[in-house]
Ligand binder design. Structure first.
Ligand SMILES: Cc1cc2nc3c(=O)[nH]c(=O)nc-3n(C[C@H](O)[C@H](O)[C@H](O)COP(=O)(O)O)c2cc1C
Length: 162
């Protein structure tokens, strides 16, 4: 279906928003390792166990797009119920999103790490598929950590908890 008017887009967005999701913050750094990149994402989904693959999508207009090209490492943080402020923070464009955010700088792994999440997946981009106004990032999970902490949810445009 082609969506043309702003009204039609709003209606489709509202209908899609009835599908509740978790919330992630996905981090990496730029090519030169000079600046840290991070954004809030709820399009994250599991794809395959063998090999371990996940996907998420990023808006074409995001300045972060080039930093998630094939071969780039990224940390996918599944936010816990107490991390709504972090979700809002990383959804707001600004020059340095990591200023004032407690994090571990990239070391052996090429992405900054945030603590207190329900799960964290250490990934590398396997392929990037153009898809309308977004790019689908298909990423391979290199390793992961998981904590028994209730996740943050997002449904109908609002944050929620179980
Ligand atoms: C709950 C929530 C989920 C979001 N999910 C996505 C997403 O899946 N893909 C995306 O491109 N932007 C998503 N956004 C918007 C981005 O977080 C926001 O546009 C951010 O500023 C993009 O990072 P940038 O500063 O690198 O452009 C989401 C925002 C919120 C609040």
């Amino acid at each position: 279906m082609e969506t043309t008017s702003a009204q039609e887009k709003r209606a489709l967005r509202d209908a899609l928003g009835s599908f509740s999701t978790g919330v992630t913050v996905i981090t990496t750094h730029d090519e030169k390792g000079q600046s840290l990149i991070g954004l809030t994402v709820n399009s994250f989904s599991s794809v395959s166990l063998d090999p371990p693959l996940v996907l998420w999508s990023i808006a074409n207009h995001s300045p972060s797009v080039p930093h998630f090209s094939v071969g780039r490492q990224q940390a996918i943080h599944v936010l816990s119920k107490d991390q709504e402020a972090l979700a809002r923070h990383f959804a707001t464009p600004q020059a340095d999103k990591f200023s004032g955010v407690d994090h571990q700088a990239p070391g052996d792994f090429g992405a900054p790490l945030i603590e207190g999440c329900s799960a964290r997946f250490y990934c590398v981009t396997e392929s990037v598929v153009p898809a309308g106004d977004h790019q689908i990032i298909l990423a391979r999970v290199l390793r992961y950590e998981s904590e028994p902490v209730a996740p943050l949810l997002f449904v109908r445009g609002a944050f929620a908890t179980i």
